[in-house]
Design a protein around this ligand. Structure first.
Ligand code: RM4
Ligand code: MN
Ligand code: MN
Length: 427
């Protein structure tokens, strides 16, 4: 299914009066504070968030999975789904593949399908946290860190194969999330596991094409419950520093221990020039993979405050980083959920762009704690949705992506095309 431009324009026309009023009012208010709304809108338009190929179907937990129907049955249909999202919000212009869940059979034809939707291929992800059918050696006790060199070799070879797939698609990065660790004290040697992993990563690093990067993701726990080899940003940074300049740290919002100060982690990584990018999601307890901004929107805003600051300091734009949603949708329509997530990201980014940096610095220098807090909260409490809508409208998207999605009965259409009982590959 494709959404035509005229359908978007028609829907926009029907709600444009209300939007113009709200947008006009906000622009004026911001103008009084010395903020140029069009600069914010330009930054929003440039912000593109990749969609993971494994998030287009209904997710599940280890207890069950309740498929909603019309899920993509092939990589082609996944590309089509991301095409729908991008047509609606013009902010989801790339797709990130997980190998071997989504192996592109013919690179050229999938590239041309993607470009017909204005999509490119983001980082490719390797998978050594599951055993595949016909796999010779098991990853039950680890992969890149395994005590047996033969298993490590197999895991390294898999990562190198993933790079090859990515190269054919025009990707520029390999993203590694390593589930290796131990479930019980005594099970493994921390030091040996680290050293084995480093050696394995060095081999993968050596296979990276010239203009590629490797993103090293960390996670405190799960599926291993006692220790994880790359457990936190510090371990990840250590690996990256040992590997070289093509390795950077990937932050997944759900991968920290409770109450971690993620915004401070982000600031530190940016200060060191080692932030690769983000896997966005939200959580209440652990790696819950919930809709971005659904539980802790203020934290997301504070993270964006640091991101904006870090980008400014580094003198680069948002395209210098890899932004992706890494979420799972157990009870919502995956496409609606992804639209909500992208919107939440843009809202936080817009709010962070409103922060009066000069005043904030002055307040800090004066130790005016009250004022510093107020400056941040003023920005956070501004309803910036008209800016987000306007940025989508200007780039040809919808003023109300979810409204139009429902209006066009997209899910019904997909169920008619693909069937009611379809299960997408992924978790
Ligand atoms: C992990 C991690 C990885 C993702 C897998 C599916 O928890 O977030 O990034 O690839 O889940
Ligand atoms: Mn992740
Ligand atoms: Mn995760």
């Amino acid at each position: 299914m494709r959404i035509d431009q005229y359908q978007i324009d028609q829907h926009n026309d029907s709600i444009s009066l209300r939007h113009s009023k709200q947008f006009g009012f906000l622009t004026e208010q911001l103008g009084e504070q010395g903020i140029n709304a069009s600069e914010v809108i330009n930054a929003l338009t440039a912000f593109q968030v990749a969609i993971p190929s494994w998030a287009l179907g209904t997710g599940g937990t280890r207890f069950g999975r309740f498929s909603g129907g019309g899920e993509p049955r092939s990589l082609e249909e996944k590309v089509e789904d991301v095409g729908l999202l991008h047509a609606l919000n013009r902010s989801s212009g790339s797709i990130s593949l997980h190998i071997p869940w989504d192996i592109p059979q013919q690179a050229e034809s999938i590239i041309s399908l993607a470009s017909s939707f204005d999509l490119t291929f983001d980082a490719v992800n390797s998978n050594t946290f599951q055993d595949q059918k016909d796999q010779e050696l098991s990853y039950k006790f680890g992969s890149l860190s395994h005590v047996d060199a033969a298993v490590r070799k197999q895991a390294v070879a898999h990562n190198i194969e993933v790079i090859k797939y990515g190269k054919d698609l025009g990707s520029k990065a390999l993203s590694i999330w390593l589930s290796d660790g131990s479930c019980f004290p005594g099970q493994s040697s921390f030091v040996r596991a680290f050293q084995n992993t480093l050696e394995s990563l060095q081999e993968i690093y050596a296979a990276l094409p010239e203009d590629w990067k490797v993103y090293v993701e960390y996670k405190a726990y799960e599926p291993n419950f006692y220790s994880t080899v790359i457990q936190d940003w510090g371990s990840s940074l250590l690996f990256c520093q040992k590997l070289g300049p093509k390795a950077d740290v990937l932050v997944d919002l759900g991968h920290h221990l409770p109450n971690a100060n993620i915004e401070q982690i982000v600031a530190t990584l940016m200060m060191e020039g080692r932030l690769a990018g983000f896997h966005f999601n939200d959580s209440k307890y652990g790696d819950d993979d919930l809709t971005v901004g659904s539980i802790r929107p203020y934290m997301l805003f504070l993270i964006f405050v640091e991101l904006v600051e870090g980008m400014k300091r580094a003198g680069n734009g948002s395209d210098a980083y890899a932004w992706m949603i890494d979420a799972s949708h157990n009870v919502k329509d995956p496409l609606e959920d992804l639209l909500q997530s992208v919107e939440a990201i843009l809202i936080s980014y817009a709010q962070a762009l409103l922060v009066d940096r000069k005043k904030l610095e002055e307040a800090r220098n004066q130790n005016d704690v009250v004022l510093a807090q107020q400056i941040l909260q003023n920005a956070f409490r501004t309803d910036v949705r008209p800016l987000v809508r306007e940025s989508m409208r200007l780039s040809g998207g919808s003023l109300d992506p979810i409204g139009l999605f429902r209006n066009l009965k997209v899910r019904n259409e997909l169920m008619n095309e693909r069937g009611r009982v379809t299960v997408a590959t992924g978790l």
